[in-house]
Design a binder for this molecule. Structure first.
Ligand code: ZN
Ligand code: ZN
Length: 262
């Protein structure tokens, strides 16, 4: 839904205007989100076409949608990314297709462009009723049930009026869809012993916390929508970048870096 993108964009604009330490990251992310919404709308409004879920077949159409993102990163991205974006704008379709296929078969959070380009594609794929096809995916409760992606961030929300303290969901780093997850469990290794699970937050970000695991030494951030209903987890997660610093200093590794590399 286009409204979903608008909500993320508005939140990024709002937090960028307010933020101290993460202003640059959020400003860049707002540009990225606008470009991703552009890709999403291009695909969605394509007459007589629906994504098949087999990326190789969909690349010819997807390729037409991507220049908006390369232009945005070329103009607003940090130096090395901006240079790469300009190269991609001038490269041929084959190079671009190869880049997407590489990520499709072995996704990684350091493949910035492929990840940024495929998020809106996968969202539209899900909404249009298809599924990713022709690739191996990881299966298990900590992987996205739609695309097999890693969790980017968790969030707590009150789903029913009877819920006392909210339910926990994970948002997929690859397709941005969310799925339900147990509350007191490591989203990386499945550790359940409370003594092994640590939480850290600072007064500066009252509704965001680090959820770390002492068994596997991985972490992700959690956004509490019961405290801050207006938050957009993937955006607020970026705003709270100073918490990542704390986690790294304490020897934890993030399950998946977000799109701006934090
Ligand atoms: Zn996913
Ligand atoms: Zn763990």
């Amino acid at each position: 839904m286009a409204e979903w993108w608008d909500k993320q964009i508005q939140r990024a604009d709002l937090l960028a205007a307010r933020s101290n330490g993460s202003k640059e990251l959020l400003t860049f992310y707002a540009h990225l989100l606008r470009a991703q919404k552009g890709i999403y709308q291009f695909l969605r409004s394509r007459k007589g076409w629906l994504p098949s879920g087999e990326l190789e077949r969909d690349v010819p159409v997807l390729g037409d949608a991507l220049p908006v993102l390369f232009k945005a990163v070329g103009s607003h991205g940090p130096g090395p990314l901006a240079a790469e974006a300009k190269d991609l704008l001038e490269s041929n379709r084959e190079v671009m297709g190869e880049m997407l296929m590489r990520y499709w078969h072995s996704p990684s959070d350091v493949q910035f462009f492929a990840k940024a380009c495929l998020q809106p594609y996968l969202r539209w794929l899900a909404e249009s009723g298809a599924r990713p096809f022709g690739r191996e995916t990881s299966v298990g409760e900590r992987y996205c049930p739609f695309c097999g992606g890693n969790p980017q961030v968790s969030f707590l929300q009150n789903k029913e009026t009877t819920a006392e303290s909210g339910n926990r969901d994970l948002i997929c780093a690859t397709c941005l869809l969310s799925w339900e997850f147990r509350r007191v469990v490591c989203a990386n290794c499945g550790e359940e012993r409370p003594a092994k699970l640590g939480y850290f937050h600072s007064p500066e970000f009252d509704h965001v916390r680090i959820e770390a695991c002492d068994t596997c030494k991985y972490y992700l951030k959690g956004v509490d929508l019961t405290r801050m209903g207006l938050a957009a987890p993937i955006v607020d997660e970026i705003d709270a970048a100073p918490l990542d610093l704390w986690a790294r200093e304490h020897g934890y590794t993030k399950i998946e870096l977000n799109l701006v590399g934090v």
